[in-house]
Design a protein around this ligand. Structure first.
Ligand code: ZN
Length: 172
C-alpha cells in the first residue's frame, strides 16, 4: 500500500518523511490523528487549540521543520492537523512544515535551525516570533487559533498607554 509518503533516514537530521509520489498545491499529504491529550506544551506537543496540546499518532510527528516548508497545516474534523501542500512536491522530496504554523510559542529548541533554506530564521520559533511578511506568506496554511490569538493581542490599548508625543502640560 502506498500512502504517498514514507519514513527515511536523512543525513545530519535524523529521520524525515519523504513523498513517494508527487503532490499538487492544496492536496492533503498526511492526515493527522490525535494519539492523546497533553496537559502542557513540550517538544513533541502539537498545539491544536488556544490552550490545548496533543500528541499526534502515526508518522505525523516525524515531519521535520523547515523555514521554507512545502506543507502547511489544516485542522481536520477530529481537531488534528492535516498537512496540506503549499508548494508542488515531487516524489522523493522531503515533506516539511514550519513549527510556527501550529505552535504560538516554541521555547524548547535551544539549537540552531538546520533546515538549510534561503529563508532560514536561524532558530526554530513559534508563530508569535514570525515577521508579519512571513505570516502573510503562510495565510491559509496555519492553525486557525494562531490568528485568533493575534487578534486578541491586537486589541487597542487604553489611551493612557499610547505615547502621543505631546509635551508635559505644566512645568514644575
Ligand atoms: Zn530554518
Amino acid at each position: 500500500m502506498d500512502d504517498g509518503f514514507e519514513l527515511r533516514g536523512t543525513p545530519g537530521k535524523g529521520e524525515g518523511i519523504f513523498a513517494t509520489r508527487p503532490f499538487r498545491v492544496g492536496e492533503t499529504v498526511m492526515v493527522g490523528v490525535i494519539d492523546r491529550e497533553l496537559d502542557r506544551n513540550h517538544s513533541h506537543a502539537s498545539q491544536v487549540g488556544a490552550q490545548r496540546f496533543v500528541l499526534h499518532g502515526g508518522l505525523v510527528p516525524k515531519v521535520n521543520h523547515s523555514c521554507e516548508p512545502n506543507c502547511g497545516i489544516r485542522l481536520n474534523a477530529s481537531g488534528a492537523h492535516d498537512y496540506v501542500a503549499r508548494a508542488p512536491i515531487a516524489a522523493g522530496h522531503e515533506i516539511s512544515f514550519d513549527y510556527a504554523m501550529r505552535n504560538y510559542a516554541v521555547g524548547y529548541f535551544a539549537a540552531y535551525c538546520r533546515c538549510g533554506s534561503h529563508n532560514c530564521r536561524g532558530r526554530i520559533t513559534g508563530w508569535q516570533d514570525l515577521p508579519a511578511r512571513r505570516k502573510a506568506d503562510y495565510e491559509g496554511f496555519v492553525a486557525p487559533y494562531l490568528i485568533e490569538i493575534d487578534h486578541q493581542a491586537a486589541r487597542p490599548r487604553p489611551a493612557a498607554e499610547t505615547d502621543t508625543g505631546s509635551p508635559p502640560g505644566r512645568a514644575a
